[in-house]
Design a protein around this ligand. Structure first.
Ligand code: NAP
Ligand code: MG
Length: 388
C-alpha cells in the first residue's frame, strides 16, 4: 500500500515543485529477488555516497509471503537490517504531533525522539539453562593468549544464565550519532542507563558518552542545548513529567521497550517518522510503519482505502530539508517546511485519514477521507504560489 502512496506523494506533492535529481533503487520484493538482493546493498552504498536517502516501507518476506510470491527464490532478509549493517547507524524515531490528538500523557507538548542503540546486549546474548547445582564462570580469551575468568554465581539447583556483550566501537558510534543528531536538530540530549548497579557494563556506556560529549560541548553551548545523564528509572519518571522536546538515547533493550511506550502514548505508528543516522553523518529517512498490507488487500478488491500518508510525506520532507542544508539550497529546506505546514493545516482543519479520526479529540468534527483525497487537499493548500 505504501508503494501506491509513494507514487501519489511524488506525483502530487513533489514533482510539480522540485527538480528531483534523485537516484532511484527499486527495493520492491520482486526486484530484490531478481537482483539477488544486490539492489539493497546498492541503495545503501548510494546513501553513503550521496549523504541523504529516503526509503519507502518494504516487505520482509515470511512463510506466508513465500506462498503469495511463488517466484521468490529465497526468504530475503529485511532490507532495513541490510541497510543498517552497511551504514552502521542509529535509528531516531519522532512522533508527528497535532492539536487534535492529545498524547496519553497530558503534559507532553512537544515530540520526544527515541534514539535506540541497535547493537548487542540481550539481542546478541548467549543463554544457558542448567538443571543441577554448580558454578557458572565467564572466561575471556584474548588473541594474545591472555585469559581472564570470573565466577558468575554458584547455585544449588536448576538455573538460567545469560552472557551479553557490547563493543566499545559501537557504543562510541552510538554516542556520536546521538550528539550529532542533537546538534543537527537543536534539541537537548538525555541518556540513561543503570550504572549504579552495572558499574562496569553500563558504567562503560556512561563513560564513553562523557568522553564523546567533550567533542560536542562547544557546539552544544553555542546552540544553548544540554546533555543530561541520569539513571534509567529516574529518566522514566522525568519523561512522564516533562513537556517533551528532546532526544532520549536508550540502550538497546530500553529503546525497544520505551519506543513502543512513547509512540503509543503519542497516538499512532502512522504518525511516527524514523531516520537512520550513520557515524559518517549520512541520513536515511523513512516512515516507522510497514507496508500496511491489510489496506492493500482491500485496495486490490476495489475498496476505498484510507491509509495515512503523513509519515511517508515527513520522511520526504526530512530528506529534502537535510539535502537543502547540506547543499546550501535554502529554497529546498523552505519547501520542506511549507509542505509539512500544509499537511498539519489539513489535519488541524479536521481532514484526516480514518486511523486518526478514531483517535481525534471529541468535538473536532473530523471527517475520514481517502489517502488520495488527503494528498489532494494538501496539494491544494500548497497553492499556485508554491516555489518552483
Ligand atoms: P504495518 O504495515 O505497520 O501495519 C500494521 C497495521 O497498523 C495496519 O494494518 C494498520 O492497522 C496500521 N497502520 C500502519 N501504518 C498505517 C498507516 N500509514 N495508515 C493507517 N494505518 C496504518 O505492519 P505489518 O502489517 O506488521 O507489516 C506489513 C509489512 O510491512 C510486512 O511485510 C513487514 O515486513 C513490513 N514492514 C516494513 C517496515 C519497514 O520497511 N520499515 C517496518 C515494519 C514492517 P488497521 O489494519 O487496523 O487499519
Ligand atoms: Mg519494541
Amino acid at each position: 500500500m505504501t508503494r501506491i502512496l509513494w507514487r501519489s506523494i511524488k506525483d502530487k506533492l513533489l514533482l510539480p515543485y522540485i527538480d528531483l535529481k534523485t537516484e532511484y533503487y527499486d527495493l520492491g520484493l520482486l526486484n530484490r529477488n531478481e537482483t539477488g538482493d544486490g539492489v539493497t546493498a546498492l541503495a545503501a552504498e548510494a546513501v553513503k555516497r550521496l549523504g541523504v536517502g529516503v526509503k519507502c516501507a518494504t516487505i520482509t518476506p515470511n512463510r506466508q509471503r513465500m506462498d503469495e510470491y511463488p517466484q521468490l527464490t529465497k526468504m530475503w532478509p529485511s532490507p532495513n537490517a541490510t541497510i543498517r549493517s552497511i551504514l552502521d547507524g542509529t535509528v531516531f524515531r519522532t512522533p508527528i504531533v497535532i492539536d487534535y490528538i492529545k498524547p496519553a500523557v497530558r503534559n507532553w507538548e512537544k515530540p520526544i525522539t527515541i534514539a535506540r542503540h541497535a547493537y548487542g546486549d540481550v539481542y546478541k546474548a548467549a543463554e544457558l539453562r542448567t538443571d543441577e547445582g554448580g558454578e557458572c564462570v565467564m572466561t575471556f580469551r584474548g588473541v594474545s593468549g591472555r585469559e581472564e575468568t570470573i565466577s558468575v554465581q554458584s547455585v544449588t539447583g536448576p538455573a538460567v544464565w545469560q552472557g551479553v556483550h557490547n563493543k566499545e566501537s559501537s557504543i562510541r558510534d552510538f554516542a556520536r550519532a546521538c550528539f550529532g543528531y542533537a546538534v543537527s536538530t537543536g534539541q537537548d540530549l538525555w541518556f540513561s542507563s543503570k550504572d549504579t548497579i552495572s558499574k562496569i557494563y553500563d558504567g562503560c556506556f556512561k563513560e564513553i558518552f562523557e568522553e564523546e560529549f567533550r567533542g560536542f560541548k562547544s557546539e552544544f553551548d553555542r546552540l544553548g542545548i544540554t546533555y543530561f545523564y541520569t539513571l534509567i528509572d529516574d529518566a522514566v519518571a522525568r519523561v512522564i513529567r516533562s513537556k517533551g522536546g528532546y532526544i532520549w538515547a536508550c540502550k538497546n533493550y530500553d529503546g525497544d521497550v520505551m519506543s513502543d511506550m512513547v509512540s503509543t502514548a503519542f497516538g499512532s505508528l502512522a504518525m511516527m517518522t524514523s531516520v537512520l543516522v550513520s557515524p559518517g553523518g549520512e541520513y536515511e529517512f523513512e516512515a516507522a510503519h510497514g507496508t500496511v498490507t491489510q489496506h492493500y488487500y482491500k485496495h486490490l478488491k476495489g475498496e476505498r482505502t484510507s491509509t495515512n500518508p503523513m509519515a511517508t510525506i515527513f520522511a520526504w520532507t526530512g530528506a529534502l530539508r537535510k539535502r537543502g542544508e547540506l547543499d546550501g539550497i535554502r529554497e529546498l529546506a523552505e519547501y520542506a517546511d511549507r509542505l509539512e505546514r500544509a499537511c498539519l493545516d489539513t489535519l488541524n482543519s479536521g481532514i484526516m485519514t480514518r486511523d486518526l479520526v478514531l483517535l481525534a479529540e471529541p468535538g473536532c468534527n473530523a471527517a475520514a477521507v481517502s489517502s488520495d483525497e488527503f494528498i489532494e487537499t494538501v496539494a491544494s493548500r500548497l497553492g499556485p504560489n508554491a516555489p518552483r
